[in-house]
Design a protein around this ligand. Structure first.
Ligand SMILES: [Zn+2]
Length: 268
């Protein structure tokens, strides 16, 4: 636990600082002696990676025994993501964020992705520009995955292990490429249709229909989805669900290239 505590403390520090000075590449932190210390996020990412390869580690849950559900948020980071992270932090809930490279690039200095990682959520690759991957040339497919991988790694130090193909568009070639890139393909078993029905109560009700082992599809770019989160956490919490990341749902890093839609009772 001690190895873990230091990087967490560092990230907590950086996320606090960047929250108050969002548009600066370099943040000034005042120490107890009130002497400013400059933290370079790129150097920090390098240090974190060196200290703990594979960081952040998953918590351990036995989802064969517990009622687990994995909430997943796609297409961000966006203007409502910070508020969502506040809501999840208040209730100590971890989720998985499938980010779009272009959105990460638009979030100057990577403030939101660094907080996603710092708060202990899992981060996954949702391509650079959200095309249907099965319709791309091999070269374009490689670029879509690689560019997002590169920017997330540069900003957070984390090497992603999971991806979600936009629209669920996948085929043998996408499977082969994700296998080469070390990414498992994560689909979903509960679709809240939150992009279509922008009504918080409807989104919360659909998410509340999750079964043990479900992977729930949500989009953090919609205000109504973020507004639905407290109610859906209440509903599922009352039913005794534990909220886990995708990797925690399976109790291990999912296998690169393989497609997952939920955790079946057999654990697959
Ligand atoms: Zn998407």
């Amino acid at each position: 636990m001690r190895v873990w505590a230091l990087p967490l403390a560092l990230v907590a520090l950086v996320s606090c600082v960047t929250q108050s000075v969002p548009r600066r590449q370099q943040a000034r932190v005042h120490t107890a002696a009130a002497r400013p210390v400059v933290i370079d996020p790129v150097m920090l990412a390098k240090r974190l990676r060196a200290m703990q390869p594979g960081w952040p580690r998953s918590r351990k849950f036995d989802c064969a025994r517990l009622k687990c559900v994995a909430l997943t948020f796609d297409d961000g980071p966006g203007e409502h993501t910070w508020r969502l992270l506040d809501l999840l932090r208040q209730r100590d809930v971890r989720a998985t964020f499938f980010v779009i490279g272009q959105m990460v690039a638009a979030d100057k200095g990577g403030r939101i992705v660094r907080r996603i990682v710092g708060d202990g959520h899992e981060i996954g690759n949702h391509s650079w520009s959200h095309p249907p991957l099965a319709e791309l040339s091999h070269e374009a497919l490689q670029k879509e995955l690689k560019h997002t991988e590169d920017i997330v790694r540069r900003l957070t130090g984390v090497r992603m292990r999971v991806m979600r193909p936009p629209y669920g568009s996948t085929d043998d070639e996408v499977a082969a490429e994700t296998r080469r890139e070390g990414l498992a393909q994560i689909l979903w078993s509960v679709d809240t249709l939150d992009w279509r029905d922008r009504v918080a109560t409807t989104v919360a009700r659909r998410a509340g229909e999750a079964k043990p082992g479900s992977i729930v599809l949500l989009h953090d770019i919609h205000r109504t989805t973020v507004e639905a989160v407290p109610a859906l956490l209440d509903t599922l919490g009352r039913k005794g669900y534990t909220f886990v990341t995708v990797s925690e749902l399976y109790g291990r890093t999912p296998a690169p290239g393989r497609t997952y839609t939920e955790r079946a009772p057999t654990g697959r």
